[in-house]
Write a protein that binds this ligand. Structure first.
Ligand code: M6R
Length: 601
């Protein structure tokens, strides 16, 4: 999380930095700040909260256009509360730094620097970087050596931009763990930096996606890299702008556009009676006896859903791990395992690290991802893009539906290769796949129903979302959506497991959202819901079938395939959480404490 930008050149630096930060705001919006350098004068502007507050400050201060260098930051707080004091850029005596990541050994560095007389004003880990740099510079008068020594002392994950009055024409940069791109601007002597592609598009053609351990010093004279292994790439020039297109929120727009983008996810991959992937051929599973999927959050829920499909359809053993747990459990890794990571952003630190571990252990890997050129897509053996388009809402919606459909297609592709599926069964699955866009269409009636229900489902002591089979991960996803944007307590649970404990919570103040598909274990889930109803829980069932014990009901269409029910119920859950959030007056697109891309562990 956090986004950083930097600019050297003759254009309006403030404007370029602010435009860049706008593109990166989804990565954190606890505070923002920029530092502008004009000869040996540095001006700094910081604001708490979203970028619009910084915009106001800059406009009030009438900031001029004559800076030729600057750095900027949008923050998701890790160390130190979201306050203006803790906002980046951080100052030493004569230098400023912006940082994305976490300095794990900041405490010991800080203690030592305090002993040496340095004064700290923030509670952040970041501030040590600038003091460390100045400490080394004060001893050597050599900026390059001071910066390199600083980097050598840091442990953790970081991408850094540092500017200093002692070398006022330069930006010092380094990447380790968190993403950083350096670009040659379209105009002569222009250099740009950013955490992702988006702020650079239109301004630069040639970029270096820095690898871990790469850094250097940029100035109008050029870019000096610390190592020789530099690969320049051409930046794609078509900028995809995400607009709300008349919707109230990006989340709403993204829910509504699922039926469109899902067609892109299937394009070229669904051919008559076959599934086809250009990115790899089925030989990738030769000699493989297990698929292991690693992911976080919503992507983890897509992974869990896929595990049912891989085992049921492809007859391949499939295990799923939360990436942050996988990393430290000393996992046993066999070369007979195909390692799959799923990520919307391709930058989630835990998932990225899990992928690195699998690669190191020599496992074949597939990255299922929405953002091309992201860290994961550059690392995996094979990338399968989900093609959802830019997802701006922090609460993931279309990322999940596109991931699920891509993974379902992969399960069928492997099933065919392994002769684990008859052609008739494959045909009926493909038939269902073709119906997915329809299942994802938001119908007015359903939206209106969730709006009405949102009045009632505000109070109480919590929510249980329950389902069985693939509807269990869907229940987890429904609960996560509600938690994220409404701040109400919700749990997703396997319906059959309620009786082993959680049913003790049942009373009229407990809301149960029951996923009751017609085509998968209907009678089983019905019994579980009856058990809850007998204990007076307030029940809202989502189902194509009427259920007399429900207090409320969201009706879905009758279909022949449980996955079509899955996608329709997904839309209902997304709408319900959004409408509850709206009624509570919350910020739907940028909920408190969250960030779109979680690049710290
Ligand atoms: O970009 P990723 O898919 O790797 O992100 C993983 C999670 O951080 C993400 O899904 C998060 O849980 C979303 N806010 C869910 O809506």
């Amino acid at each position: 999380m956090c986004g950083i930008v930097g600019y050297i050149g003759s254009k309006n630096t403030t404007e370029i930095l602010m435009d860049g930060l706008k593109e990166l705001e989804y990565r954190g919006y606890d505070s923002t700040g920029i530092a502008l350098l004009d000869n040996d004068k540095i001006e700094v502007y910081k604001a708490l909260g979203k970028l619009k507050n910084l915009e106001q400050k800059i406009s009030d201060a009438n900031v001029g256009e004559n800076h030729f260098l600057g750095i900027g930051h949008t923050r998701w707080a890790t160390h130190g509360k979201p306050t203006e004091l803790n906002a980046h850029p951080h100052l030493g005596e004569y230098s400023y730094v912006v940082h994305n990541g976490i300095i794990e050994n900041y405490k010991e560095i800080k203690d030592k620097l305090i002993q040496d007389g340095h004064k700290f004003i923030s509670q952040t880990d970041t501030e040590v970087i600038v003091h460390l740099f100045e400490n080394y510079y004060n001893n050597s008068n050599d900026t390059k050596e001071a910066f390199q020594k600083t980097i050598a002392d840091l442990k953790g994950a970081y991408s850094i931009l540092l500017i200093s009055k002692v070398q006022p024409d330069s930006i010092f940069f380094f990447k380790h763990g968190s993403p950083l791109i350096v670009a040659k601007g379209k105009e002569e002597k222009e250099v740009l930096f950013s955490s992702t592609d988006a702020p650079l598009i239109g301004l630069a053609d040639d970029v270096v996606y820095l690898e871990d351990g790469m850094g250097g010093i940029a100035s109008p004279a050029g870019i000096e890299f610390f190592s020789d292994e530099i690969t320049w790439s051409t930046l794609p020039q078509s900028k995809q702008y995400a607009q709300k297109d008349g919707f109230r929120f990006f989340m709403e727009k993204e829910i509504y556009e699922q039926h469109d983008v899902i067609t892109d996810s299937m394009l070229g991959r669904l051919q008559d009676d076959q599934i086809h992937f250009d990115e790899f051929d089925a030989k990738i599973i030769e000699g493989i006896d297990e698929i292991k999927i690693c992911a976080c959050g919503t992507s983890y829920h897509a992974a869990l859903t896929a595990s049912y499909l891989f085992e049921r359809l492809s007859k391949i053993r499939c295990s799923v791990e939360i990436a942050s747990e996988f990393r430290y459990k000393e996992p046993l890794m066999s070369k007979k395992t195909l390692f799959v990571v799923i990520s919307q952003s391709g930058e989630t630190a835990d998932t990225l690290e899990a992928l690195k571990m699998a690669k190191k252990a020599g496992l074949k890997s597939i990255v299922v991802c929405n953002v091309d050129n992201s860290s994961m897509t550059r690392l995996g053996d094979v990338t399968v893009l989900t093609r959802a388009g830019i997802e701006k809402g922090v609460a993931s919606t279309k990322a999940f539906s596109t991931q699920t459909v891509v993974l379902w297609m992969m399960a069928l592709y492997f099933a065919k290769f392994k002769n684990a599926i008859s052609q008739d069964k494959l045909n009926s699955e493909i038939f269902a796949l073709r119906e997915v866009p329809k299942a994802l269409i938001v119908c007015d009636k359903m939206h209106e129903k969730t709006r009405r229900l949102s009045k009632r489902y505000l109070h109480g002591h919590g929510f249980f979302f329950i389902g069985r089979d693939v509807f269990f991960p869907l229940a987890l996803e429904g609960a996560l959506k509600l938690k994220e944007i409404s701040y109400l307590h919700a749990e997703g649970y396997p319906a059959g497991e309620m009786k082993h404990g959680p049913i003790a919570l049942a009373d009229p103040e407990l809301f149960t959202i029951a996923l009751m598909p017609q085509n998968l274990h209907y009678d089983k889930i019905k019994s579980n819901v009856e058990e809850l109803s007998a204990r007076d829980s307030t029940i809202c069932s989502i189902s194509p079938l009427d259920f007399e014990l429900s207090d409320d009901f969201i009706k879905t269409n009758k279909t022949d395939h449980y996955m079509l029910e899955f996608f329709e119920m997904l839309v209902a859950l997304q709408l319900l959480s959004m409408e509850i959030s709206v009624r509570l007056g919350n910020d739907v697109d940028m909920p408190r404490n969250l960030a779109k891309s979680v690049t710290v562990e």
